[in-house]
Design a protein around this ligand. Structure first.
Ligand SMILES: [Ca+2]
Ligand SMILES: [Ca+2]
Length: 555
């Protein structure tokens, strides 16, 4: 779709002034050669201006087409926080982040800012950051003021400085957009900044049926519409999800739509490039299409109901900002969605739920991958829009404010040994856009950090992307391990999970001229590049360039 590589497109605002500069120089050259010929200089100057304007319009249009990220996306994401991150810097309330871990005083935005160089070296392209709006002292999923970016993770200044550091290190920041629901400023429904009336609350919200809410039994005329019908894309539910903890927002209300677009544009001016939408089963997919069309994120991903893969497909399809495409092409302007099923399948095969006995045979499934990234329903390559991951802030071990584990979060989905290594060896070599969890990369030891880094490097060197073709290896299956050849744009990547080289290595499937790129506890990855000269040694993929200068903050 885009005639340029992504990096060049995203730098168009530098390319265009450069073209103008070149034309200016040419006009100077002509003027100097024909001294005094102001007519020639003027005419060349006019042409330069015309070309400048044409390029500007064309490139702005291309930026728009790139919204949500192109198909065959080759970017890799990092989740830039975990459940306890908001406690950083709040020493009075949280002397310890968790039991035994002192609260050193830096707020979370400072922690991320200080880590920006390491994120770049890990070759991450995208970072999903926590909800940016003012909320209660917690993880931020009860937004109170959208136009106040001073929150539990840090004040507005440290917020901005973190985004600057990420741009300087070539990492695109994604904001966590919580707009299914809102919290009042002081009561259930007194929305401030922006100020919204009860008419923006879905009429079936719990507040209208709760005697202590202050709006119990409020007249229908003062409420919003019912939660929208979504059966056309998710047969498992009649209407969008209503969240019991906070006020469900009516996205059909014009003021809501207008203010959400304003909020997203404000975040863009702050330095965010894209969106991670929270709880998107809570309102109709078409609103995501509208918000994305109006704000042109470079990447968009939604958290749809975890075990509803059919609903995830339907939601993704209905978020498209342009609906002209047929089949997989329709997804070109769609949002991505988190692939919870792949996480669950890996957990059952090589994670906590396998009870210490890996079942590599389960990784073969239907020989097309797992979960949404292995889904080809209706002949569509859904993997293009699947964001794979192993853990997030809502899953695995996590604690209450007293630092003790929550009752339903007593263990991680993958332990810090062969389990997490082998699971990353899977998602970082397979289709989908992989998302690495902060704790795994930064807090689980230098050895795991280096292994994740080597896997990301191998993926990028081979040119593996979200839609890469997957070729599972039958001889490895017979030997009791998992192996696959994944087709990248620059060559072939081979991965074995389980056992050792005697069980499977690429030569056993008659592959040759490959080189080992990464290895760990019961897994190995090799790459063979199309450019044979590059197979003489392990290649290091280039590090991302600076993203430029941040825009002015505009509310
Ligand atoms: Ca509610
Ligand atoms: Ca809702």
């Amino acid at each position: 779709m885009c005639p340029f590589a992504r990096d060049r497109c995203s730098n168009s605002f530098f390319v265009v002034p450069f073209l103008y500069y070149v034309m200016e120089k040419i006009s100077w050259f002509i003027w100097n050669r024909q001294k005094g010929c102001h007519i020639v200089r003027k005419s060349v100057k006019r042409w330069a201006l015309h070309i400048f304007l044409m390029c500007f319009i064309a490139l702005v249009h291309l930026e728009g087409l790139l919204a949500q990220g192109k198909l065959q996306d080759s970017r890799v994401m990092l989740q830039g926080f975990y459940w306890e991150s908001y406690r950083f810097g709040h020493q009075a309330e949280f002397p310890e982040i968790v039991q035994g871990q002192a609260n050193e005083g830096r707020n979370w935005y400072q922690v991320v800012k200080d880590s920006a160089g390491t994120i770049r070296k890990g070759r991450f392209d995208l970072i999903w950051l926590p909800p940016p709006a003012k909320a209660s002292l917690g993880a931020g999923y009860d937004p109170r003021e959208y136009f106040n970016l001073n929150n539990a993770y840090g004040d507005t200044l440290s917020h901005r400085k973190m985004l600057e550091a990420l741009w300087a290190n070539g990492v695109e920041p994604l904001a966590d957009i919580v707009v299914n629901h809102r919290n009042g400023a002081t009561t259930w429904t007194d929305f401030k900044n922006p100020d919204w009336s009860t008419k923006t609350i879905c009429s079936d919200d719990e507040c209208f049926n709760s005697v202590n809410s202050g709006v119990y039994g409020l007249a229908d005329s003062l409420r919003g519409n019912l939660e929208e019908r979504v059966q056309n894309y998710d047969a498992s539910r009649e209407r969008a999800y209503a969240y019991g903890d906070f006020r469900d927002i009516d996205h059909t209300h014009p003021m809501v739509q207008k203010d959400i677009v304003r909020y997203l544009l404000y975040l863009k001016s702050m330095g965010y490039k894209g969106w991670r939408y929270d709880m998107v089963h809570g309102y109709h997919a078409k609103h995501i299409g509208y918000y994305n069309k109006m704000t042109k994120p470079t990447f968009s991903v939604g958290e749809y109901d975890w075990d509803k893969q059919e609903g995830q497909r339907g939601w993704t399809w209905n978020t498209a900002t342009e609906t002209a495409g047929v089949g997989t092409a329709h997804l070109a302007t769609s949002s991505s969605v988190f692939d919870f099923k792949t996480k669950d399948a890996l957990n059952g095969a090589i994670g906590y739920n396998c009870a210490g006995h890996a079942n590599y045979d389960n990784l073969y499934a239907y020989d097309n991958g797992l979960g949404l990234m292995g889904d080809n329903t209706d002949g569509i390559a859904w993997k293009n829009r699947a964001v794979t991951f192993l853990e997030n802030h809502d899953t695995g071990w996590r604690t209450d404010n007293d630092g003790k584990p929550q009752s339903d979060h007593q263990h991680d989905s993958f332990s810090n040994d062969w389990q997490v290594e082998q699971a990353y060896a899977y998602i970082l070599t397979h289709p989908g856009v992989p998302c690495v969890y902060w704790k795994h990369y930064f807090d689980w030891g230098k050895d795991l950090q280096a292994k994740i880094g080597a896997l990301v490097n191998a993926r990028k060197v081979a040119g593996v992307h979200a839609a890469s073709a997957l070729n599972t290896q039958k001889n490895a299956r017979t030997a009791g391990v998992y192996a696959a050849m994944v087709e990248g744009s620059q060559g072939q990547l081979y991965v074995r999970i389980g056992g050792d080289d005697t069980k499977w290595n690429p030569s056993m499937s008659a592959y040759s001229n490959y080189r080992e790129y990464a290895a760990g506890n019961g897994w190995k990855v090799w790459v063979k590049l199309n450019d044979a000269a590059k197979n003489t040694k392990v290649q290091a993929y280039r590090l991302n360039a600076n993203l430029g200068i941040l825009p002015k903050i505009k509310k």
